[in-house]
Design a protein around this ligand. Structure first.
Ligand code: CP
Length: 308
Protein backbone atom coordinates (compact mmCIF):
# COMPACT_ATOMS: atom_id res chain seq x y z
CA UNK A 1 0.00 0.00 0.00
CA UNK A 2 1.23 3.53 -0.81
CA UNK A 3 2.24 5.85 1.97
CA UNK A 4 3.31 9.47 2.33
CA UNK A 5 7.03 10.24 1.99
CA UNK A 6 6.95 12.35 5.21
CA UNK A 7 5.97 11.76 8.88
CA UNK A 8 4.58 15.33 9.25
CA UNK A 9 2.78 17.78 6.95
CA UNK A 10 4.81 20.93 7.56
CA UNK A 11 4.49 22.51 4.12
CA UNK A 12 4.00 21.65 0.44
CA UNK A 13 7.73 22.40 0.07
CA UNK A 14 8.49 19.15 1.93
CA UNK A 15 6.24 16.78 -0.08
CA UNK A 16 6.22 15.56 -3.69
CA UNK A 17 3.79 15.05 -6.58
CA UNK A 18 3.17 11.39 -5.60
CA UNK A 19 2.20 12.51 -2.06
CA UNK A 20 -0.31 14.98 -3.53
CA UNK A 21 -1.89 12.35 -5.78
CA UNK A 22 -2.08 9.87 -2.87
CA UNK A 23 -3.81 12.52 -0.71
CA UNK A 24 -6.29 13.28 -3.54
CA UNK A 25 -7.11 9.59 -4.19
CA UNK A 26 -7.63 9.06 -0.45
CA UNK A 27 -9.75 12.24 -0.27
CA UNK A 28 -11.95 10.94 -3.14
CA UNK A 29 -12.80 7.95 -0.95
CA UNK A 30 -13.52 10.12 2.12
CA UNK A 31 -15.60 12.60 0.09
CA UNK A 32 -17.90 9.75 -0.88
CA UNK A 33 -18.16 8.72 2.80
CA UNK A 34 -18.99 12.21 4.14
CA UNK A 35 -21.83 12.48 1.65
CA UNK A 36 -23.47 9.33 3.06
CA UNK A 37 -26.25 9.57 5.72
CA UNK A 38 -23.73 8.16 8.24
CA UNK A 39 -20.64 10.28 7.68
CA UNK A 40 -18.28 8.45 10.01
CA UNK A 41 -15.75 5.60 9.73
CA UNK A 42 -13.96 3.83 12.63
CA UNK A 43 -10.47 4.12 11.03
CA UNK A 44 -8.74 6.16 13.78
CA UNK A 45 -10.46 4.91 16.97
CA UNK A 46 -7.02 4.38 18.54
CA UNK A 47 -5.61 7.85 17.71
CA UNK A 48 -5.81 11.04 19.79
CA UNK A 49 -5.31 14.42 18.12
CA UNK A 50 -4.76 17.86 19.70
CA UNK A 51 -5.75 20.94 17.70
CA UNK A 52 -3.57 23.84 18.87
CA UNK A 53 -4.66 27.24 17.61
CA UNK A 54 -2.44 30.19 18.57
CA UNK A 55 -4.12 32.38 15.92
CA UNK A 56 -7.77 32.95 14.92
CA UNK A 57 -9.48 30.53 12.54
CA UNK A 58 -13.00 29.56 11.50
CA UNK A 59 -12.72 27.23 8.49
CA UNK A 60 -9.43 25.44 9.23
CA UNK A 61 -10.16 24.75 12.92
CA UNK A 62 -13.69 23.43 12.33
CA UNK A 63 -12.64 21.51 9.21
CA UNK A 64 -9.82 19.69 11.05
CA UNK A 65 -12.08 18.92 14.00
CA UNK A 66 -14.81 17.52 11.74
CA UNK A 67 -12.24 15.54 9.72
CA UNK A 68 -10.83 13.99 12.91
CA UNK A 69 -14.27 13.18 14.35
CA UNK A 70 -15.43 11.62 11.08
CA UNK A 71 -12.40 9.31 11.31
CA UNK A 72 -13.45 8.47 14.94
CA UNK A 73 -10.26 9.92 16.46
CA UNK A 74 -10.35 11.31 20.01
CA UNK A 75 -10.00 15.11 19.76
CA UNK A 76 -8.90 17.83 22.18
CA UNK A 77 -8.95 21.51 21.28
CA UNK A 78 -6.59 24.15 22.61
CA UNK A 79 -6.95 27.88 22.10
CA UNK A 80 -3.96 30.00 23.19
CA UNK A 81 -6.20 32.81 24.45
CA UNK A 82 -7.62 30.59 27.25
CA UNK A 83 -4.40 28.70 28.04
CA UNK A 84 -1.36 28.85 30.33
CA UNK A 85 0.61 30.33 27.39
CA UNK A 86 -0.79 33.57 28.85
CA UNK A 87 1.19 32.76 32.05
CA UNK A 88 4.47 32.46 30.12
CA UNK A 89 4.63 28.72 29.29
CA UNK A 90 6.82 27.96 26.23
CA UNK A 91 5.55 26.25 23.07
CA UNK A 92 7.60 23.10 23.71
CA UNK A 93 6.52 22.86 27.37
CA UNK A 94 2.90 23.38 26.36
CA UNK A 95 3.03 20.69 23.68
CA UNK A 96 5.01 18.20 25.78
CA UNK A 97 2.43 18.54 28.59
CA UNK A 98 -0.37 17.86 26.08
CA UNK A 99 1.54 14.89 24.60
CA UNK A 100 2.05 13.34 28.06
CA UNK A 101 -1.75 12.86 28.09
CA UNK A 102 -1.14 10.23 25.34
CA UNK A 103 -1.76 12.46 22.32
CA UNK A 104 -0.45 11.08 18.98
CA UNK A 105 -0.82 13.98 16.56
CA UNK A 106 -0.75 17.79 16.79
CA UNK A 107 -2.50 20.11 14.34
CA UNK A 108 -1.13 23.60 14.91
CA UNK A 109 -1.80 27.12 13.65
CA UNK A 110 0.79 29.62 14.85
CA UNK A 111 1.66 33.23 13.94
CA UNK A 112 5.40 32.47 13.65
CA UNK A 113 6.76 31.16 10.29
CA UNK A 114 8.53 27.83 10.89
CA UNK A 115 6.72 27.06 14.17
CA UNK A 116 5.63 23.63 12.86
CA UNK A 117 9.14 22.72 11.69
CA UNK A 118 10.52 23.80 15.09
CA UNK A 119 7.95 21.67 16.91
CA UNK A 120 8.61 18.61 14.74
CA UNK A 121 12.29 18.73 15.74
CA UNK A 122 11.57 19.06 19.46
CA UNK A 123 8.60 16.83 20.33
CA UNK A 124 7.59 13.20 19.66
CA UNK A 125 4.35 13.48 17.66
CA UNK A 126 3.19 13.82 14.10
CA UNK A 127 2.75 17.54 13.32
CA UNK A 128 0.30 19.06 10.83
CA UNK A 129 0.81 22.72 9.94
CA UNK A 130 -2.57 24.49 9.89
CA UNK A 131 -0.92 27.80 8.89
CA UNK A 132 2.34 29.31 10.21
CA UNK A 133 2.45 33.08 9.86
CA UNK A 134 3.14 34.21 6.29
CA UNK A 135 4.95 30.94 5.51
CA UNK A 136 2.75 27.96 4.51
CA UNK A 137 -0.83 26.68 4.76
CA UNK A 138 -0.42 23.25 3.15
CA UNK A 139 -3.91 21.81 3.66
CA UNK A 140 -5.42 24.98 2.13
CA UNK A 141 -3.28 24.52 -0.99
CA UNK A 142 -4.22 20.82 -1.17
CA UNK A 143 -7.94 21.54 -0.93
CA UNK A 144 -7.57 24.34 -3.50
CA UNK A 145 -5.89 22.02 -6.03
CA UNK A 146 -8.37 19.25 -5.22
CA UNK A 147 -11.21 21.70 -5.99
CA UNK A 148 -9.60 22.72 -9.32
CA UNK A 149 -9.21 19.01 -10.21
CA UNK A 150 -12.87 18.43 -9.31
CA UNK A 151 -14.15 21.37 -11.43
CA UNK A 152 -11.74 21.17 -14.41
CA UNK A 153 -10.74 17.49 -14.40
CA UNK A 154 -7.02 18.13 -13.90
CA UNK A 155 -4.57 20.68 -12.52
CA UNK A 156 -1.74 19.97 -15.00
CA UNK A 157 -1.59 22.50 -17.82
CA UNK A 158 -4.15 24.87 -16.28
CA UNK A 159 -3.44 28.61 -16.05
CA UNK A 160 -3.91 29.79 -12.48
CA UNK A 161 -3.56 33.39 -11.29
CA UNK A 162 -3.28 34.21 -7.58
CA UNK A 163 -4.44 37.79 -6.96
CA UNK A 164 -3.82 40.12 -4.03
CA UNK A 165 -1.48 40.28 -1.06
CA UNK A 166 1.14 37.72 -2.15
CA UNK A 167 3.80 39.14 0.20
CA UNK A 168 2.00 38.21 3.44
CA UNK A 169 0.10 35.15 2.19
CA UNK A 170 0.86 31.60 3.33
CA UNK A 171 -1.97 30.50 1.01
CA UNK A 172 -0.14 31.97 -2.00
CA UNK A 173 3.18 30.29 -1.21
CA UNK A 174 1.67 26.85 -0.54
CA UNK A 175 -0.51 27.15 -3.66
CA UNK A 176 2.50 28.06 -5.81
CA UNK A 177 4.43 25.00 -4.58
CA UNK A 178 1.41 22.69 -5.05
CA UNK A 179 0.39 24.01 -8.48
CA UNK A 180 3.94 23.91 -9.86
CA UNK A 181 4.43 20.32 -8.59
CA UNK A 182 1.29 19.31 -10.53
CA UNK A 183 2.33 21.06 -13.76
CA UNK A 184 0.05 24.12 -13.70
CA UNK A 185 1.14 27.51 -15.10
CA UNK A 186 1.07 30.13 -12.35
CA UNK A 187 0.96 33.93 -12.36
CA UNK A 188 0.62 36.28 -9.41
CA UNK A 189 -1.18 39.61 -9.72
CA UNK A 190 -1.29 42.58 -7.36
CA UNK A 191 0.39 45.85 -6.49
CA UNK A 192 4.18 45.56 -6.91
CA UNK A 193 4.57 46.44 -3.21
CA UNK A 194 2.68 43.25 -2.29
CA UNK A 195 4.66 40.91 -4.57
CA UNK A 196 7.97 39.63 -3.13
CA UNK A 197 11.01 39.99 -5.43
CA UNK A 198 11.96 36.28 -5.08
CA UNK A 199 8.63 35.11 -6.52
CA UNK A 200 9.91 34.63 -10.11
CA UNK A 201 12.57 32.23 -8.78
CA UNK A 202 9.66 29.86 -7.97
CA UNK A 203 8.76 29.64 -11.67
CA UNK A 204 5.93 32.14 -11.36
CA UNK A 205 5.23 35.14 -13.65
CA UNK A 206 4.11 38.54 -12.40
CA UNK A 207 1.17 40.46 -13.95
CA UNK A 208 0.17 43.79 -12.45
CA UNK A 209 -2.96 44.29 -14.62
CA UNK A 210 -5.95 42.32 -13.29
CA UNK A 211 -7.95 42.38 -16.57
CA UNK A 212 -4.95 40.93 -18.47
CA UNK A 213 -4.49 38.32 -15.73
CA UNK A 214 -8.07 37.06 -15.95
CA UNK A 215 -7.91 37.04 -19.78
CA UNK A 216 -4.94 34.63 -19.45
CA UNK A 217 -6.23 32.32 -16.72
CA UNK A 218 -8.55 29.34 -16.30
CA UNK A 219 -8.70 29.91 -12.52
CA UNK A 220 -8.43 33.10 -10.44
CA UNK A 221 -7.68 32.59 -6.74
CA UNK A 222 -8.57 35.88 -5.01
CA UNK A 223 -6.78 36.62 -1.71
CA UNK A 224 -7.70 39.15 0.92
CA UNK A 225 -5.35 41.86 2.13
CA UNK A 226 -3.77 40.50 5.32
CA UNK A 227 -4.39 43.68 7.33
CA UNK A 228 -3.26 41.96 10.55
CA UNK A 229 0.23 41.47 9.02
CA UNK A 230 0.66 44.94 7.43
CA UNK A 231 3.22 46.97 9.39
CA UNK A 232 3.19 49.87 6.89
CA UNK A 233 0.88 51.11 4.13
CA UNK A 234 1.47 49.13 0.88
CA UNK A 235 -1.06 50.99 -1.31
CA UNK A 236 -2.60 54.48 -1.13
CA UNK A 237 -6.10 53.48 0.07
CA UNK A 238 -8.56 50.56 0.09
CA UNK A 239 -10.65 52.46 -2.51
CA UNK A 240 -7.70 52.57 -4.93
CA UNK A 241 -6.88 48.89 -4.28
CA UNK A 242 -10.51 47.99 -5.10
CA UNK A 243 -10.36 50.03 -8.33
CA UNK A 244 -7.27 48.16 -9.55
CA UNK A 245 -7.49 44.69 -7.99
CA UNK A 246 -11.12 44.12 -7.01
CA UNK A 247 -12.77 41.45 -9.20
CA UNK A 248 -16.19 42.56 -10.51
CA UNK A 249 -18.95 41.02 -12.65
CA UNK A 250 -18.43 43.48 -15.57
CA UNK A 251 -14.77 42.36 -15.76
CA UNK A 252 -15.86 38.71 -16.02
CA UNK A 253 -18.57 39.60 -18.56
CA UNK A 254 -15.90 41.12 -20.85
CA UNK A 255 -14.19 37.70 -21.17
CA UNK A 256 -15.00 35.30 -24.01
CA UNK A 257 -14.79 32.34 -21.60
CA UNK A 258 -15.93 31.37 -18.10
CA UNK A 259 -13.14 31.20 -15.55
CA UNK A 260 -13.28 29.50 -12.14
CA UNK A 261 -13.23 31.87 -9.13
CA UNK A 262 -11.67 30.74 -5.86
CA UNK A 263 -11.12 32.34 -2.46
CA UNK A 264 -9.65 30.72 0.68
CA UNK A 265 -11.78 32.91 2.97
CA UNK A 266 -12.48 34.93 4.94
CA UNK A 267 -13.86 37.14 2.14
CA UNK A 268 -13.87 40.93 2.35
CA UNK A 269 -16.95 41.48 0.16
CA UNK A 270 -16.59 44.61 -1.95
CA UNK A 271 -12.79 44.68 -1.58
CA UNK A 272 -10.98 41.82 -3.42
CA UNK A 273 -14.26 40.44 -4.80
CA UNK A 274 -17.80 41.78 -5.20
CA UNK A 275 -20.75 39.88 -3.72
CA UNK A 276 -22.26 39.03 -7.12
CA UNK A 277 -18.95 37.37 -8.16
CA UNK A 278 -18.50 35.56 -4.82
CA UNK A 279 -22.04 34.17 -4.98
CA UNK A 280 -21.99 33.32 -8.72
CA UNK A 281 -21.99 29.84 -10.33
CA UNK A 282 -18.39 30.48 -11.41
CA UNK A 283 -17.26 30.70 -7.79
CA UNK A 284 -16.32 27.42 -6.05
CA UNK A 285 -15.64 29.02 -2.66
CA UNK A 286 -18.03 26.80 -0.68
CA UNK A 287 -16.88 23.71 -2.65
CA UNK A 288 -13.37 24.52 -1.39
CA UNK A 289 -14.68 24.51 2.19
CA UNK A 290 -16.57 21.23 1.65
CA UNK A 291 -13.51 19.60 0.07
CA UNK A 292 -11.36 20.79 2.99
CA UNK A 293 -12.92 18.16 5.27
CA UNK A 294 -12.24 15.25 2.87
CA UNK A 295 -8.69 16.46 2.12
CA UNK A 296 -7.89 16.88 5.84
CA UNK A 297 -9.36 13.43 6.57
CA UNK A 298 -6.95 12.07 3.93
CA UNK A 299 -3.93 13.90 5.39
CA UNK A 300 -4.68 12.78 8.97
CA UNK A 301 -5.47 9.19 7.92
CA UNK A 302 -2.25 8.86 5.89
CA UNK A 303 -0.06 10.41 8.63
CA UNK A 304 -1.72 8.28 11.32
CA UNK A 305 -0.98 5.12 9.32
CA UNK A 306 2.73 5.98 9.70
CA UNK A 307 2.57 6.14 13.52
CA UNK A 308 0.41 3.05 14.11
N1 CP B 1 -8.81 29.71 4.82
C1 CP B 1 -8.53 29.79 6.14
O1 CP B 1 -7.43 29.43 6.59
O2 CP B 1 -9.55 30.30 6.90
P1 CP B 1 -9.50 30.41 8.50
O3 CP B 1 -8.48 31.46 8.84
O4 CP B 1 -10.90 30.80 8.90
O5 CP B 1 -9.11 29.08 9.05
Amino acid sequence: MSELSVPHLLGIKYINEADIQLIFETADHFKEIINRPIKKVPSLRDITIANLFFENSTRTRLSFELAEKRLSADVVNFSAAQSSVKKGETLIDTVNNILSMKVDMVVMRHPNPGAGVFLSKNVKASIVNAGDGAHEHPTQALLDSYSIRERLGDVAGKNVVIVGDILHSRVALSNIFALKLQGANVKVCGPKTLIPKYITSLGVEVETNLQKAIEWCDVANMLRIQNERLDISYFPSTREYVQQYGLTKPMLDRLDKEIVIMHPGPINRGVEITSDVADSEQAIILDQVENGVAVRMAVIYLLASKIK
